[in-house]
Design a protein around this ligand. Sequence first.
Ligand code: G1P
Length: 299
Amino acid sequence: MNYGLKKVRKCVVPAAGLGTRFLPATKSVPKELLPIVDTPTLQLIVGEAKHAGIEDVILITARGKSSMVDHFDLSPELEEVLASRGKVAERDALRAISMMARLVSIRQHEPLGLGHAVLQAAGVVGDEPFAVILGDDIIDCDERPGIAQLVDCYERTGKGVVALMEVPWEETSKYGIAAGTMIDERTMRIDRMVEKPKKDPPSNLAVIGRYVLPGRIFGYLRDVKPGVGGEIQLTDALAMLAAEGNLVGYRLRGRRYDAGDRLGYLKANFAFALKRPELREGLIPWIKEMIAEVERGAR
Ligand code: G1P
């Protein structure tokens, strides 16, 4: 722990996307409220932030998505019904959701990119280090949740940190890609960042949706010109921070699911269900039966 550093107390969660890949489910339900088993992905993220000692969550939202904020409010009617049925533990679990974090929500009026979404939080974050979590990337690590690993790395190095994971070379064009010099087994000093390289990726280390950034990234976000897809890219502002020598990458421990993709979302559901003894028992024999049926050609 570097005691001269400011603590990471705030977390920005960009959640203004339309969720078109999950239509029709996302026609009236925000993608971030789709559940992994029974818990909305947004709640998993807020839980992850809380675990890392973060007190304030700044949700970047859009029109038609106010149910995300409602999810973190109290629900006295529902609590009363549960209590009257003797379901006290369930009632307490529901109430605990509203105490997970202080939530601030800010509208991103136009979908101008991830960098633009993060920039909306500038006034609330001010000049302090803050975390960013993208809900599409679910990190499953029992040892230490994803964003907590990054906060640890920030406290060790005093620099901005992005989460990295190796991806197959043919998939590098889907991600922000970082290259640089390894400082230790997991930490890399970043020299180059490229958003979704069409050719010649500088490495196969992809940026996974977790960041700890200094407040001055907002200045860079104001300066960057529209990049890939005509959008204000967070990666382009990160490249400026890297050029200053103030950005490291941390190869995350744990398994990652791309919940923004239908297959990744399904895998996350199975993986989280298999962790729960009450579901595992019924799920494993059923999965085996289904596989056998598919292999027999009966499906
Ligand atoms: C965003 C970032 C990209 C990062 C990715 C991780 O892209 O721009 O750098 O690698 O998230 O999921 P998106 O997936 O929103 O297009």
